[in-house]
Design a protein around this ligand. Structure first.
Ligand code: GSH
Length: 214
């Protein structure tokens, strides 16, 4: 049985898609249409009770239901892909950056921009557009400050934690891609990192498969 990958084009699952293709693994793609609410259907909730993507169902049926666990499983199961540095301190740093990408840039920043309604008071019958704008611009500010912090620690060349592409780069990349899409200007080293990852043939292939022109 092949790996089953549940994804939505252009979402955070793009990062996992890049890791799967980098490792040249065979996998089945199951598209979950988030805007249509397919992630909340009972069939999908049976696989991933939180109703989020990405999900990776392993050979044997066990489901991994968040980005970090999938990325770690891939890196540790296929060490030849060198998706985590062999040096434990660098590997820990990669996990720190991955966590920062998922928790801060995505979790605190982009969710306020993409799913603004989740931050509006449920007591408000009809939240004003000023309130919406306030939440979304707070999200943009969190993202902007997050990339400023990243700028101070990214090396001038290579990837996030050295010369080798790692799971941290895949997590940072989808956030940089989103910033590009919503017109948030990336500081110079972050922008160079984004372009370096985006130029990788596998990344170009994944973006093309997900419907983006390079
Ligand atoms: N903790 C999850 C969160 C992933 C996540 O937020 N995915 C978004 C798409 S980028 C999602 O599934 N949103 C649907 C929802 O939260 O209802 C992970 O790390 O995989």
């Amino acid at each position: 049985m092949a790996l089953k990958f549940y994804m939505t084009p252009g979402s955070c699952s793009t990062g996992i898609h890049i890791l799967l293709e980098t490792l040249e693994l065979p996998f089945e793609v199951w598209i979950v249409n988030l805007p249509a609410g397919e992630h909340l259907r009972p069939e999908y909730l049976k696989i991933n009770p939180r109703g989020t993507i990405p999900t990776l169902v392993l050979d044997g049926g066990r489901a991994l239901t968040d980005f970090k666990s999938i990325a770690l499983w891939l890196a540790e199961t296929y060490p030849r892909g060198r998706l985590l540095p062999a040096d434990p301190a660098l590997a820990a740093l990669a996990i720190e950056l991955l966590d920062f990408a998922l928790g801060q840039l995505h979790g605190e920043g982009f969710t306020r921009i993409f799913t603004t309604e989740r931050y509006l008071s449920h007591r408000e019958q009809q939240p004003s557009s000023a309130l919406r704008d306030d939440v979304a611009s707070h999200g943009r500010e969190i993202v902007r400050q997050g990339f400023e912090a990243l700028e101070r620690r990214l090396p001038a060349d290579g990837y996030a934690v050295g010369p080798q592409f790692s799971i941290a780069d895949a997590a940072l990349f989808y956030n940089e891609f989103w910033a590009d899409k919503v017109g948030i200007v990336l500081p110079p080293k972050v922008r160079a990192h984004y372009q370096r990852v985006r130029a990788r043939p596998v990344v170009r292939q994944v973006l093309a498969e997900e419907g983006y022109r390079s």
